[in-house]
Design a protein around this ligand. Structure first.
Ligand code: GCU
Length: 451
C-alpha cells in the first residue's frame, strides 16, 4: 500500500513538473516573435514574379460601363443607381470583405491638446476613439496637427502609419505606441516593439512642417490600433467586437485587415465632422503601400473623402491584377492572408475569373478626385498597372464631364498630371517622399482653391 502511494506521489510530481515546463514553453512561444513573424520565402516569390513587359499575358478587363445585365451605362443616373452599387458589392464580397453590422458604441475624447507645438506653428491634439461592444474596448489614437494660421477651419490630410504616431515627427509630446509593430531592419524595429528611440524616424514620409506651412493639417493613426498586421485568425484588433454569438472568425465574405484599416479611417472622418477647427469638406485620405490599398478602399466607399491618394499601393491597390506583373494574388495571400476576405483566395492563379479589376476600384471614387503615384524602381507594385487603372477609370470621370488620364501613353518620369485624376511616376524606390507630398499638396490646392 505504502509503496503504491509513493509511486503515485512520484508520478504525480513528475506530471506536475511536466505540466509546468510545457506551460512555460507554451507561454514563451506565444510571447516570442516566432509565431507572429511567419518566415516567408520572399526570394522564391521574387524570382517567380514577372517583371518583363513582353511576358504580360493577354487579358480582357471587365467593362466598367456595362451592368451585370448587359446594359451600357450612358449617363450618371444609371452609373450612380446601378453600376456603382454592383461594383461596390463585388469588392465587398470578393476582395476586401464586408464590414458586419456594428452594434456597439463609439466615444471620442481629446486626451491631449498642445497649442504651441512645432515652434508655435501648430496645435497638436490626440483624440482617442474608443470602440466599445459587449464589455470589450478597442482604442484608436488619432494624432492631429493643425496650423496656427488664424483660420477657423483647416483642410487636412489623413493617413495610417506603419510604426506608431510618434514616428511621424520628433515632437516629444506624442504618445508612444504600445501595440504590435512589424519588424523593420532599416529603422531597427525589433521584437515587434516601437520605442522612445523611434521618435521621428518616419518624418521624411510625413512632412508635417511642410504641410503646416502650406496651410494643411495632418491626422495620422497607427494602423495596428485597428488590426495588428499578422495572421492571428482575427482574435485581436477590431474584428472580434463584431462577432455574433458563437462566431470566432469573419465569414468568407467578411472583412480582412485592409477593410478594418479603411473602417478606422472612416471613424476618424466621423470625428473630423465634429471638430469645428477641421474643414470636413476638404479631407484627403492618403496611404503608402499596403496602407495605400486601405486608403483607396476607404475613399472608394466613403464619399466624405474629397480626395483619395494612393502612393505605391501596387497589387490589391491601384495595380491591375490581370497583368500579373510584380506581385500577384498568389503572393499576397501567401504573404498576408489576413489582408483580404477568404473569398479572394479563389482567384489565386485565376485572375481572369475575377468579376472586377482595379480600374473599377478607382471608378468607385468618381466624381471625387483621386491621385495615383508610382515609383520607377518599384516594379513589385507594377507602375504601368497602376497607371492603366487610372486610365481605364477615366470613361467614368468623363461621364461626369471630368477629365481623367486622357493620354494613352505612360507619363515621363517626374512629370505629374493633375486633372480629376492625378498621376505621377517619380524616379527612385518604393517610398513616400517629399516629392510625392509636393504633388499631393499642389493637387489639393488645385481642387480646393483654384476654380
Ligand atoms: C509587401 C507586399 C505589398 C505591400 C508592401 C508594403 O511588399 O507584397 O503588397 O504593399 O509589402 O505594404 O510595404
Amino acid at each position: 500500500m505504502l509503496i503504491k502511494k509513493n509511486i503515485r506521489i512520484k508520478i504525480s510530481s513528475k506530471l506536475f513538473y511536466s505540466v509546468i515546463i510545457i506551460s512555460l514553453v507554451a507561454f514563451l512561444y506565444s510571447c516570442s516573435s516566432i509565431k507572429k513573424e511567419k518566415s516567408f520565402n520572399w526570394g522564391y516569390y521574387i524570382d517567380k514574379a514577372n517583371t518583363d513587359e513582353s511576358q504580360v499575358p493577354q487579358y480582357k478587363l471587365p467593362d466598367v460601363l456595362v451592368t451585370e445585365e448587359g446594359e451600357v451605362v450612358k449617363n450618371r443616373l444609371t452609373w450612380l443607381q446601378k453600376r456603382r452599387s454592383e461594383i461596390l458589392e463585388l469588392y465587398k464580397n470578393e476582395i476586401y470583405g464586408r464590414v458586419p453590422q456594428w452594434n456597439g458604441s463609439v466615444e471620442f475624447k481629446t486626451t491631449k491638446e498642445i497649442p504651441n507645438s512645432l515652434n508655435d506653428k501648430a496645435t497638436m491634439k490626440e483624440v482617442t476613439a474608443s470602440f466599445i461592444n459587449k464589455g470589450d474596448t478597442v482604442k484608436m489614437n488619432v494624432l492631429i496637427y493643425l496650423p496656427n494660421d488664424g483660420k477657423e477651419k483647416h483642410p487636412l490630410f489623413v493617413g495610417l502609419n506603419f510604426f506608431g504616431n510618434h514616428t511621424v515627427c520628433p515632437d516629444t509630446n506624442i504618445t508612444i505606441v504600445n501595440g504590435y509593430v512589424i519588424n523593420k531592419k532599416a529603422i531597427n524595429v525589433k521584437n515587434h516593439k516601437s520605442t522612445e528611440a523611434k521618435r521621428g524616424v518616419m518624418k521624411e514620409r510625413w512632412q508635417v512642417e511642410k504641410l503646416i506651412d502650406k496651410g494643411y493639417g495632418l491626422a495620422t493613426i497607427f494602423y495596428g490600433d485597428l488590426d495588428p498586421d499578422f495572421d492571428d485568425g482575427f482574435q485581436n484588433g477590431i474584428h472580434p467586437l463584431f462577432y455574433k454569438e458563437g462566431q470566432t472568425k469573419p465569414k468568407d465574405n467578411e472583412w480582412g485587415s485592409i477593410s478594418a484599416w479603411a473602417w478606422g479611417l472612416s471613424r476618424a472622418m466621423d470625428y473630423f465632422e465634429t471638430d469645428s477647427t477641421i474643414n470636413e469638406n476638404k479631407i484627403a485620405v492618403v496611404g503608402h503601400s499596403r496602407l495605400g490599398k486601405a486608403a483607396l478602399w476607404a475613399g472608394a466607399q466613403d464619399k466624405r473623402f474629397a480626395i483619395t491618394i494612393s502612393n505605391n499601393s501596387g497589387s490589391g491597390g491601384a495595380a491591375l491584377f490581370r497583368r500579373k506583373f510584380g506581385e500577384t494574388i498568389d503572393v499576397s495571400v501567401a504573404y498576408a492572408p489576413q489582408w483580404y476576405c477568404d473569398n479572394f483566395k479563389k482567384y489565386v492563379d485565376n485572375e481572369n475569373k475575377l468579376p472586377i479589376d482595379q480600374h473599377m476600384l478607382i471608378s468607385l471614387i468618381v466624381p471625387r478626385a483621386v491621385y495615383i503615384a508610382s515609383a520607377e524602381e518599384d516594379t513589385w507594385a507594377d507602375p504601368k498597372g497602376e497607371f492603366l487603372s487610372a486610365k481605364y477609370a477615366t470613361p467614368v470621370y468623363n461621364l461626369f464631364n471630368k477629365k481623367g488620364i486622357e493620354s494613352d501613353k505612360m507619363f515621363e518620369l517626374n512629370q505629374p498630371t493633375m486633372n480629376s485624376v492625378g498621376y505621377h511616376i517619380r524616379s527612385g524606390k518604393h517610398d513616400l517622399t517629399e516629392y510625392d507630398w509636393n504633388n499631393y499638396i499642389n493637387f489639393a490646392d488645385k481642387h480646393y482653391f483654384v476654380k
